[in-house]
Write a protein that binds this ligand. Structure first.
Ligand code: GUN
Length: 292
């Protein structure tokens, strides 16, 4: 079994980006500026957003964190999105999801200028992704493809099972791995809560991607010997032995699955850091496209 070290690979990418920022600076060019909007105080969202801001600092990007109370109105949030669309100093921005129930996520996402939508969640970017046209790819699927590429994992003709059909992971990933490129050319099965015989379907997977947010859901009995395992889950579970009172647990029973697979991403330190690296790549790309 080979561990897919997302932390190390994301550090490599950050270093590559840092060098590009230095070059831009030396040439007197603009430095990428990413804005993250966070609504409310949910611990997991706060730590994701903080990690994104920290990555900007490490690479040399400018960054701004804009916070709103949980009670913020949809109109106030929309007005902020519109203002960021118009602000020439801002190259890309994200609105951290999930949003409180009284705010329509789709309405907010659709209000973002697709050229600044570095999360790749706008329907225009998702549509471009479907047709393999230029645009921004959603950060988590893009990070997973980058892991597959950098680990030189073969994908052509492989059976790929994705568990979870979310708009930000499973759905786009199913398209990206099915298309006629590398990574891609997989025969993709998109499994979900209504799928019958899930264990049997998973057992047939050469590449198994779990993105459902249910700790330790994928058991060894569901995994084919030599399969590639990508774990997108990051659920906080109570752990009184830790000072902070919790630890992150993936969707895969790592202890029992890792001995039988060929490659596996750990949690933490697998897919998570790659989501951030992809967001950073998209932000630089947003600026480069603007400067053309
Ligand atoms: N919530 C979970 N993942 C993401 C992400 O990649 N971007 C945003 N904006 N929200 C998220």
């Amino acid at each position: 079994m080979q561990l897919i070290d997302g932390k190390a690979i994301s550090s490599e990418i950050q270093k590559e980006l840092e060098a590009q920022v230095k070059e831009r600076k030396a040439q007197g060019k603009k430095i990428p500026h990413l804005v993250a909007i966070l609504v409310g105080n949910v611990g997991a969202s706060l730590s994701y957003v903080n990690a994104k801001v920290k990555a900007c600092e490490e690479i040399g990007f400018e960054s701004t964190l804009i916070r709103f109370e949980e009670s913020v109105t949809e109109e106030t949030l929309l007005n902020k999105v519109r203002a960021l669309n118009e602000d020439n100093n801002i190259d890309g921005f994200i609105v951290q999801l999930p949003l409180p129930k009284h705010i329509d996520e789709l309405k907010i996402t659709q209000a973002i200028d697709p050229l600044k939508d570095v999360d790749g969640f706008h329907p225009q970017n998702l549509g471009n992704m479907m047709l393999n046209l230029p645009g921004f790819l959603p950060a988590t699927p893009m990070g997973i493809l980058e892991l597959i590429k950098r680990m030189k994992i073969e994908t052509e003709g492989k059976n790929c099972v994705i568990i979870g059909r979310s708009n930000i992971v499973g759905m786009p990933l199913s398209v990206m791995l099915g298309r006629n490129t590398y990574p891609g050319n997989c025969t993709v099965t998109l499994a979900h809560s209504k799928t019958k015989n899930l264990a049997e379907i998973c057992k047939n997977a050469d590449i198994l991607i779990a993105a459902i947010g249910r700790p330790n859901f994928v058991k060894a009995a569901m995994v084919k010997k030599g399969a590639v395992i990508i774990d997108v889950g990051t659920t906080r579970v109570e752990d009184s032995s830790r000072e902070r009172g919790w630890r992150l647990v993936g969707d895969v029973d790592f202890e029992n699955v890792s001995p039988i697979c060929s490659f596996i991403t750990p949690v933490p330190g697998g897919v998570g850091p790659m989501t951030i690296a992809s967001l950073m790549m998209n932000t630089l790309k947003a600026l480069e496209l603007k400067s053309k």
